[in-house]
Design a protein around this ligand. Structure first.
Ligand SMILES: CCCCC/C=C\C/C=C\C/C=C\C/C=C\CCCC(=O)SCCNC(=O)CCNC(=O)[C@H](O)C(C)(C)COP(=O)(O)OP(=O)(O)OC[C@H]1O[C@@H](n2cnc3c(N)ncnc32)[C@H](O)[C@@H]1OP(=O)(O)O
Length: 243
């Protein structure tokens, strides 16, 4: 199978249309992966601060270890694997978003943030649970920054030439609460050559809990492929070392 056009892959990643199709025509495999992730996410959330008797915890660990065996693979993997083939097979690149650590419905680590792309404004909606706790009852600052990276990363696609995060500045204005629906706004503000400027804020009702400015730098679409190839080489190297 021939390689996908990197430019096309990049455009698909930045496409509101692709985003809008995220939940349409889900294959049974994607549906099942989302379901597993949802169960897993709930398990992790419920496990934090559990009151289960210590004597029972070992039994739970046994069960989880046995279950884990079913998913074990022989080497580290990248969620981008298979994306090229999917793209060639007719635009199934949407599956890429399912694996995101911030928005991915098939990734139990994702809170997940739900993204809406408006005319000029990107809106992320999220409720962070106990697993994201930093200060008591509040979201860990690193996850606040990660949420901005995702939402501003989406807003930068309005530049028409998206790239990678070069700099992210976060002002933490007031503690960001757990267990509360939050709104994360992101805007593309201007472009200077390859530099793309964005800004955003997190709202708990009317309260701004954090503000951010993100600088993204347009990358040559082939860089995407180079990153994937670099990963493949590292893995191949590790396997040779293990042999
Ligand atoms: C999840 C997808 C990730 C891939 C994204 C790719 C495409 C996006 C497409 C669709 C996106 C859809 C959804 C996205 C959702 C989330 C996005 C998350 C994105 C990330 O989470 S991504 C991970 C963290 N990210 C990195 O891992 C980057 C590591 N880094 C590098 O790979 C290089 O550093 C790079 C490429 C950034 C630049 O390198 P380079 O060699 O191409 O360019 P160069 O250095 O010449 O800079 C050119 C001009 O930017 C100025 N400049 C550069 N850096 C600056 C800084 N820090 N502060 C102030 N100005 C800076 C220079 O001063 C110069 O300015 P001037 O032209 O005025 O002199």
């Amino acid at each position: 199978m021939s390689d996908p056009d990197p430019q096309q892959s990049m455009e698909a990643l930045a496409s509101p249309r692709v985003r809008a199709q995220l939940d349409e025509d889900l294959s049974p495999r994607r549906l099942a992966l989302r379901r597993i992730a949802a169960a897993n996410r709930l398990l992790i959330e419920d496990m934090v601060g559990t009151q289960v008797d210590p004597g029972d915890l070992d039994a739970v660990a046994d069960e989880l270890e046995a279950l884990g065996e079913r998913f074990r693979h022989d080497r580290p993997r990248s969620t981008y694997e298979g994306m090229a083939e999917a793209a060639m097979a007719g635009g199934a690149i949407e599956a890429f978003f399912d694996h995101s650590p911030l928005i991915g419905l098939a990734n139990p680590l994702a809170p997940p943030i739900r993204i809406e792309m408006g005319e000029e404004l990107v809106t992320g909606r999220v409720t962070f649970g106990a697993v994201y706790e930093g200060p008591p009852g509040c979201v860990h600052g690193g996850f606040v920054a990660a949420a901005f990276d995702e939402v501003l990363g989406t807003a930068q696609t309005y530049s028409g030439a998206p790239g990678m995060t070069a700099r992210l500045k976060v002002d933490y204005r007031s503690p960001t609460p757990l267990h509360v629906p939050l709104v994360i706004e992101g805007r593309f503000t201007r472009r200077e050559g390859r530099k793309i400027f964005t800004e955003g804020r997190i709202l708990d009702g009317d309260t701004v809990t954090a503000e951010a400015e993100g600088l993204f730098v347009t990358i040559d679409p082939t860089k995407f492929r180079e990153l994937a190839e670099g990963f493949d080489r590292r893995i191949a190297g590790d396997q040779a070392d293990d042999a």
